[in-house]
Design a protein around this ligand. Structure first.
Ligand SMILES: Nc1ncnc2c1ncn2[C@@H]1O[C@H](COP(=O)(O)OP(=O)(O)OP(=O)(O)O)[C@@H](O)[C@H]1O
Ligand SMILES: [Mg+2]
Length: 238
């Protein structure tokens, strides 16, 4: 069943026309990668979905309901949750306070302790302040804050950005656990190997247009796409 259906959206920042006829869909429980280099339009696509930068044309339906015209809060309440690329954690609150706050704000949250089971790293850091966490730890806290709200669809904007390879491995494992819980995921990434491991299908975006759509196997084999749009050589792809 299709849960998210984006049809031909055009999104602007002021007079700058950024997204051109972007169409994309997500089926229930699917992990879909949105791949493209810096400035390609990945974040803008996610902001369009969440109502932060709504499209001026086109439609975005979530479980049949039109999202264009709804506020970010209304969209959030429908079960969509964005983990933004700047990892918004409260810097002066502890890890535990960050999680408890997200728990309090949710209508039907998961138990706090479940987050520590999913992210054992955070369990050891309960009383550390958000501002003293490493990039990877902040990322895990951001994902935990999103997951505790029991989202049915999670938009992850470049979760591996700036993370050391060993932390990327941890994050991959944790996201695999999340995916196994039947959460639908749209994953924006420049780290193609990470995206290839988690996703089954992908879209390649370039200068605001979708230039390719297909299974991860298809994308993996397309050396031309990898080089031209993702700036990776085929040898770099595992
Ligand atoms: N607030 C803004 N005002 C004007 N232009 C913007 C704004 N945010 C992004 N842009 C432009 O929109 C285009 C798409 O940006 P976007 O942030 O969606 O790219 P991205 O694929 O997420 O890139 P990155 O991988 O660097 O995060 C870029 O050309 C960018 O310069
Ligand atoms: Mg971005």
């Amino acid at each position: 069943m299709t849960v998210l259906e984006i049809d031909d959206i055009d999104t602007y920042y002021g007079n700058s026309h950024i997204l051109h006829d972007v169409s994309l869909d997500l089926a229930e429980g699917e992990v879909v990668a949105l791949l493209g280099r810096n400035g390609a339009g990945k974040t803008t696509t996610m902001r369009s979905i969440m109502g932060v930068t709504p499209p001026q044309r086109g439609s975005i339906r979530y479980r049949g309901e039109e999202l264009v015209g709804k506020s970010p809060d209304e969209i959030n309440e429908l079960g969509l949750n964005l983990v933004p690329e700047d990892r918004r954690v409260f810097p002066t609150l502890t890890v535990h306070e960050n999680i408890v706050l997200a728990h309090k704000l949710a209508d039907d949250p998961r138990p706090v302790e479940e987050m520590y089971d999913l992210f054992p790293v955070l369990d050891d850091l309960r009383s550390n302040n958000g501002q003293n966490l490493s990039g990877g730890e902040q990322q895990m806290l951001s994902v935990a804050r999103a997951l505790i709200q029991r989202p049915s669809t999670l938009l992850l904007d470049e979760p591996t950005e700036g993370l050391a390879p060993v932390i990327v491995d941890d994050l991959r494992e944790m996201l695999q656990d999340v995916v196994d819980q039947n959460v639908t995921v749209l994953l924006s990434e420049q780290n193609v190997n990470f995206a290839f491991d988690l996703a089954t299908r992908g879209y390649v975006i370039d200068t605001g247009s979708i230039v390719f759509e297909g299974s991860i196997e298809d994308i993996r084999e397309r050396d031309d796409l990898l080089e031209k749009y993702l700036a990776v050589s085929p040898e770099e792809v595992a």
